[in-house]
Design a protein around this ligand. Structure first.
Ligand code: DC
Length: 207
C-alpha cells in the first residue's frame, strides 16, 4: 500500500520544510496545498471571481511569481473560507494523495478532510512569535520590507481566519502526532517527524 503522509499546521510552523524532507527521505511526491489557495487568491486580486478561478485552476498556475508573498498569503486565507473554492480543489488533492508511489501533502485540513484515512498524520506548530521571526527573516531575504510587528499581525490574522472558518477549519486530526518546533532546529524537527512516520507507517506487507 502506498504511503500517504498528511501534514497540517499554521503558517511558518516548519511544515513545508518537514514535508520536503520527509518526501526526500521516503521517496514520495510532495504537494504544498497552500499554493492552490495562493494561486486562487492571486487571481482574485487580479479581479477574477475566486470560485471560477478555483474551478479553472491548472498546475501551470502554481508556478507563478508572486505566490510566496504576504499579499497572496492573506488573499489565500480569504478565499480559503469560501466553501465552493474548497470544494473545487478537493479532487485534485485527493488524486495527488492517491499516487501509486505515495505522497506527502501539507496544508490546514489534510488530515481532517482531504485524507482522513491517511496512515500517518502530523500537526506541526510553533509559537506565533517564533513563526513571525522565521517568516520575517525569510521575507527580508527575498527583499520584502515588512517589519516584524507587521509580519506577526499578519500571521495572527491568518491563524484566526483559518482556525475560525466554518468549513474545514485548521485543526489537528484526533490521531495526528503533534510536533512543536518552537525550540527545535530544522534537523531536530525533521528527525522527530521521521521517527513519527516510522512509528506509524503500515509495515511493508500489510494491506
Ligand atoms: O500554507 P500557506 O501559508 O501557503 O497557505 C496559505 C493559506 O491558504 C492559508 O492561510 C489558508 C489556506 N489553506 C487552506 O485553507 N487549506 C489548505 N489545505 C492549505 C492552505
Amino acid at each position: 500500500m502506498a504511503l500517504t503522509i498528511a501534514i497540517d499546521g499554521p503558517a511558518a510552523s516548519g511544515k513545508g520544510t518537514i514535508s520536503k524532507a520527509l518526501a526526500a527521505h521516503f521517496g514520495l511526491e510532495y504537494l504544498d496545498t497552500g499554493l492552490l489557495y495562493r494561486a486562487v487568491g492571486h487571481r482574485m486580486l487580479q479581479g477574477e471571481d475566486p470560485v471560477e478561478a478555483a474551478r479553472r485552476l491548472t498546475t501551470a498556475d502554481l508556478d507563478r511569481d508572486g505566490l510566496r508573498g504576504p499579499e497572496a498569503a492573506q488573499a489565500a486565507s480569504r478565499v480559503a473560507a469560501i466553501p465552493e473554492v474548497r470544494a473545487a480543489l478537493v479532487d485534485f488533492q485527493r488524486a495527488f494523495a492517491a499516487r501509486e508511489g505515495g505522497a506527502v501533502l501539507d496544508g490546514r485540513d489534510i488530515g481532517t478532510v482531504i485524507c482522513p484515512d491517511a496512515p500517518v498524520k502530523l500537526y506541526v506548530t510553533a509559537s506565533a512569535e517564533v513563526r513571525a521571526e522565521r517568516r520575517h527573516k525569510e521575507l527580508a531575504a527575498r527583499g520584502h520590507k515588512a517589519g516584524y510587528e507587521e509580519v506577526l499581525a499578519d500571521i495572527l490574522a491568518r491563524d484566526a481566519r483559518d482556525a475560525g472558518r466554518a468549513d474545514a477549519p485548521m485543526r489537528a486530526a484526533g490521531d495526528a502526532v503533534l510536533i512543536d518546533t518552537t525550540r527545535l532546529d530544522v534537523d531536530e524537527a525533521v528527525a522527530q517527524a521521521i521517527a513519527a512516520v516510522e512509528a506509524r507507517r503500515p509495515s511493508r506487507g500489510d494491506g
